[in-house]
Write a protein that binds this ligand. Structure first.
Ligand SMILES: [Fe+2]
Ligand SMILES: [Fe+2]
Length: 185
């Protein structure tokens, strides 16, 4: 079903822009972590970049019938620092999404009875909470000049749920089966 309301459509486009840029930014910062001999933090950045891709994909798909050319304003963090600084950029970006952006977008979609947008915003909001926590953990270790001690990172391709605690049977956010998870090892 296509999006009926202009404000929800604007928010979907902006969220698509923000997630797209987060995806690229995390891949760039992953390379920095690798160069600093923190390959597990690099892998965490790549796994979370994939989760942001899943969010961008969801937002873009909800808008699939809104064809055309749009100028898209979207928030994005810029700069390449060391890994501790880049992780702070990650934390700041995720917290903006958790505390400001997605709660407002989600309430708007709910108010406008845009079910598909509501689902996409809900998935992103819940996944970003986990991302903020994982980036904080990584930063605590990186501040001591160490790499993160993690095994496989699993990312749900439907909602972007990200975990270092093993492959879930069922995604706690979207309910997808374990086959929906992509492994970063
Ligand atoms: Fe995120
Ligand atoms: Fe999921």
């Amino acid at each position: 079903m296509s999006v009926q309301n202009a404000m929800t459509a604007d928010f979907l486009r902006s969220a698509y822009g923000g997630e797209s840029m987060a995806h690229m930014r995390y891949l760039i910062w992953a390379d920095v972590a690798d160069k600093e001999k923190m390959p597990n933090i690099g892998r965490l950045f790549r796994a979370i970049a994939y989760a942001e891709y899943a969010h961008a994909d969801n937002h873009f798909t909800v808008l699939k019938e809104q064809h055309g050319d749009f100028t898209v304003p979207a928030g994005a963090i810029f700069g390449i620092g060391n890994t501790v600084e880049n992780l702070q950029g990650g934390i700041d970006g995720e917290l903006h999404e958790i505390e400001q952006m997605y709660p407002v977008y989600l309430e708007t979609a709910r108010y406008q009875k845009e079910k598909a947008a509501e689902r996409a915003f809900h998935f992103a909001l819940e996944a970003e909470k986990v991302h903020a926590t994982l980036f904080k953990k990584a930063q605590d270790v990186a501040k001591e000049g160490k790499d993160l001690d993690i095994g496989t990172v699993h990312v749900c391709s439907i909602c972007g749920h990200t975990t270092t605690d093993g492959l879930p049977d069922v995604c706690p956010i979207c309910g997808a089966k374990s086959q929906a998870y992509k492994a970063f090892e």
